[in-house]
Design a protein around this ligand. Sequence first.
Ligand code: RB5
Length: 152
Amino acid sequence: MLKSTMVIALGSDHAGYEVKEKIKTLLESLHIQYKDFGTDSVDPCDYPRIAVDVAKAVAGSEYRYGIVICGTGIGMDIVANKIKGIRSALCTSAKMAEKSRSHNNANILSLGSRETDWQEIKKIVKTFLFTEFESGGRHERRVKQIHVLTDM
Ligand code: RB5
């Protein structure tokens, strides 16, 4: 269930800028708040800084989820997953988005603007935001292991 206090941290590089702007409109239509961590145009920029800013914001728990977009989604995903506490999932289908939440408790969604069309992205974003983690069982045990094993 969505909480009315849910705030999303959004970020993209130049390749993801236009999709980020569309996602803002989508979130507004769903009455979901967001903060935009940039970039603010299609002028070329480097994705690592933006991914780190979004991931740290989500890890700091002020933001429920993050959504990051670059050309493939790969660069943003790699960087976000370097931040402690982050489980970023690069999703190219609504099915992947559903599993990333229900099985992996992903807290960042990474998207590739040049790989996935807008109609699919819309489904992915909505599925990600509206799918709950299946807590209390094998998925929770496995997700806990991610952090125990990688934080050593
Ligand atoms: C930019 O051309 C592109 O490399 C970037 O958006 C992203 O796909 C990196 O992973």
